[in-house]
Design a protein around this ligand. Structure first.
Ligand code: B16
Ligand code: MG
Length: 219
């Protein structure tokens, strides 16, 4: 019996990936890494420092950066990124998601955010969604990122629910793996081939409704 939802943020509630991409692209140019859409894709759901490492590893230059130099690049990216996300408004909530969150709230479901982003509180506030959620998992308090289940296990704690009572919503395969490993029901949003490990798959946020979920859980 489902009693709560654990939401990934980027790609599920808002398309912040486009802003991450713009901000990382500047850093990539600076370190001699060719920016491609597949590089951008590989950074989805990956933590800030791990994303930087992927960009550095793809550089044509032989870089031996100190920890301090890496921290500086990551901070610079985050400054670019924050300048972009302060322009977010409720209009930037992905199609159907405000309706879904609002109806889940009205129907007494608990909700938590399971995002790798340290900027999640700021983004939720920009989108005027903060009050719907029982809490936001603090990614800095985690030992392991997705695909490790830790972040989803913490979200169930925040909602005071058993994992079997939680549906996790994700757009990335690493996130689906994490939800499945947490013993929750995984709901994938995106390409069915890519997200084939998910228990429920919807092509876009628009088809994520309580009615569709109730129907598909029976099958
Ligand atoms: P920050 P999610 C992830 O969000 C993004 O997909 C990923 O591209 C980003 O690097 C990561 O958050 C960390 O974000 O730099 O803001 O801490 O998909 O887990 O909601
Ligand atoms: Mg995501």
């Amino acid at each position: 019996n489902i009693k709560g939802f654990a939401f990934d943020l980027d790609g599920v509630i808002a398309d912040t990936a486009k802003f991450h991409a713009l901000a990382w692209q500047k850093i990539a140019e600076e370190v001699g890494t060719t920016w491609t859409t597949s590089l951008a894709e590989s950074l989805k759901g990956v933590s800030r420092m791990a994303s930087l490492q992927i960009i550095l590893d793809a550089s044509t230059r032989l870089l031996a950066l100190s920890t301090a130099a890496k921290k500086e690049l990551a901070d610079k990216k985050n400054q670019h990124y924050q300048q972009l996300i302060v322009t977010l408004t409720p209009k930037d909530i992905l199609p159907g998601m405000l309706k879904f969150i609002d109806s889940a709230y009205d129907n007494g479901y608990k909700m938590a955010i399971a995002s790798a982003s340290k900027n999640a509180p700021l983004i939720l506030s920009q989108l005027q969604l903060t009050d719907y959620f029982d809490g936001i998992v603090d990614p800095t308090a985690l030992k392991n990122g997705k695909p490790n289940p830790e972040i989803f296990l913490r979200s169930a704690d925040i909602m005071s629910l058993d994992n079997t009572q939680v549906i996790g919503l994700e757009d990335a395969t690493a996130g689906i793996t994490a939800i499945n490993a947490a013993g929750q029901t995984s709901l994938g949003i995106g390409n069915a081939t890519v997200l084939s490990a998910a228990n429920l798959i919807y092509p876009s946020t628009e088809s994520v409704t309580l009615a569709n979920i109730a129907h598909d859980m029976k099958n």
